[in-house]
Design a protein around this ligand. Structure first.
Ligand code: FAD
Length: 389
């Protein structure tokens, strides 16, 4: 039977960041991932799955020594964020108003993962086990015994569940989930155009759901179309040209001539684990919580989970204490559960406020956006909170 101090199940963005932040402790870490990310080549079209990373997430990726290799592949900064329903009632956030060079970066998820794996290769105490997966987990007095897909048996003192929303690791605990489906689902569309706004991400709210643009370069971007499930399903059946025609009809007229490169549909589900810790199993990222992506906060919250847990384990190791101590793990849950719940709630208020067609409410919310635009210091505070500053 092989042994390690910490087994991390799932080497996506959150699991790989957790491994990179924990590596300097010197603990023996095993990162088990089911599927290796496809290597990067500059001629590749942008992936469908992209994330808007906050300034705090960028700082954590720098701390993990991954940011330089992500930048050497592809990452795109944006300086302006616009939210509106009716033209003329916009709220616009500008990086220069808070003396920052950028509000955030748009990065393909796979490139974040590749950058982190590149950084992990430098650590002798981190072993990436891929392709491999978890088939069984039994908690013992010393931690947990894990059985992997290839038949290998692994003994770990602590297990981090970073295997996403449908976490298999979580299913070996009694941790319950609070979850519901949103009425809307969404479509991600990667596109290429010659008159995009590369420094601006914008979102127009409509009663059937928001329409958003995320810049990925001078001539590439990603569109997000939220709508009723049956509508998204019908759009997913169109070919790229017919879909581009629908985008021209239903998105704001501010993208010039463009073509659709790829598309994919995603169900929207809010989930929250009732506990983040049970025995030696700890949940992080989407394994603990999923959020409506309309403000692009999901992985940023997962990164904050990784940071909080890593700080607690560093503190224990540096003080010669037991890093699996239940009190430390409970502190992680206390720090992160409230913050994640607050952000989930804020997204739901936004979702419900904008998802109806009642005229008085429409007027009120447009006035609200207009007042927010003129609120100066308050607007800057909101912007800094969203950036994690
Ligand atoms: C449409 C959409 C748009 C989004 N946009 C944004 C955005 O702009 N900004 C943002 O911050 N967030 C965004 N998110 C959320 C973000 O994508 C997730 O929060 C993030 O991917 C979670 O990362 P994770 O590492 O926790 O999980 P995942 O990304 O799901 O990674 C889990 C990993 O575990 C592996 N795995 C699964 N099961 C096993 C197993 N049994 N054994 C071993 N490995 C396993 C998987 O292969 C995968 O690599 C969006 C989400 C959606 C649906």
């Amino acid at each position: 039977m092989e042994q390690c101090d910490i087994a991390i199940i799932g080497g996506g963005m959150v699991g790989a960041l957790a491994a990179a932040l924990l590596a300097p402790t010197g603990l023996q870490i095993r990162l088990v991932e089911a599927k290796a990310p496809t290597p990067f080549a500059p001629e590749q079209a942008p992936d469908l799955r992209v994330s808007s990373l906050s300034a705090t997430s960028v700082r954590l990726l720098q701390q993990a020594n991954a940011w330089a290799s992500i930048m050497a592949m592809r990452a795109w900064p944006y300086q302006r964020l616009e939210a509106y329903e009716w033209q003329g009632f916009n709220t616009t956030f500008n990086a220069e108003d808070i003396d920052c060079a950028f509000l955030g970066y748009m990065v393909e998820n796979r490139l974040v993962q590749l950058g982190l794996w590149h950084a992990l290769a430098e650590w002798q105490n981190v072993h990436i086990d891929c392709p491999n997966g978890l088939t069984d987990l039994k908690q013992t007095d010393q931690g947990a015994t894990l059985t992997l897909n290839n038949g290998q048996v692994l003994q770990a003192k602590l297990v981090l569940a970073c295997d996403g929303a449908e976490s298999h690791t979580r299913s070996f605990t009694d941790i319950g989930m609070t979850a519901w489906d949103y009425a809307q689902s969404c479509m991600l569309i990667s596109m290429q155009g010659d008159a995009l706004e590369p420094d601006t991400t914008w979102q127009q709210f409509t009663p059937s759901g928001p329409r958003a643009f995320l810049p990925l370069g001078l001539t590439t971007g990603s569109l997000v179309w939220y709508d009723q499930k049956h509508r998204i399903k019908a759009l997913a059946e169109l070919d790229n040209e017919a879909l581009a025609e629908q985008v021209r009809l239903h998105f704001p007229d501010r993208m010039g001539h463009f073509k659709v490169l790829d598309k994919g549909q995603f169900a929207l589900r809010r989930r929250h684990a009732n506990q983040y810790v049970q025995g030696c199993v700890v949940l992080l990222g989407d394994a603990a919580h999923t959020i409506n992506p309309l403000a692009g906060q999901g992985v940023n919250l997962g990164f904050k989970d990784a940071q909080a847990l890593s700080d607690i384990i560093h503190h224990a190791v540096e003080g010669g204490l037991d890093f699996t101590d239940a009190k430390g793990l409970q502190r992680y849950q206390q720090q992160r559960r409230g913050d994640n719940l607050l952000m989930q709630g804020a997204m739901d208020v936004c979702y419900h406020t904008f998802s109806n067609d009642l005229l008085p409410l429409k007027i009120l919310r447009n006035l609200g956006l207009s007042v927010a635009e003129r609120s100066g210091p308050l607007k800057n505070k909101v912007m800094k909170y969203a950036m994690g500053l």
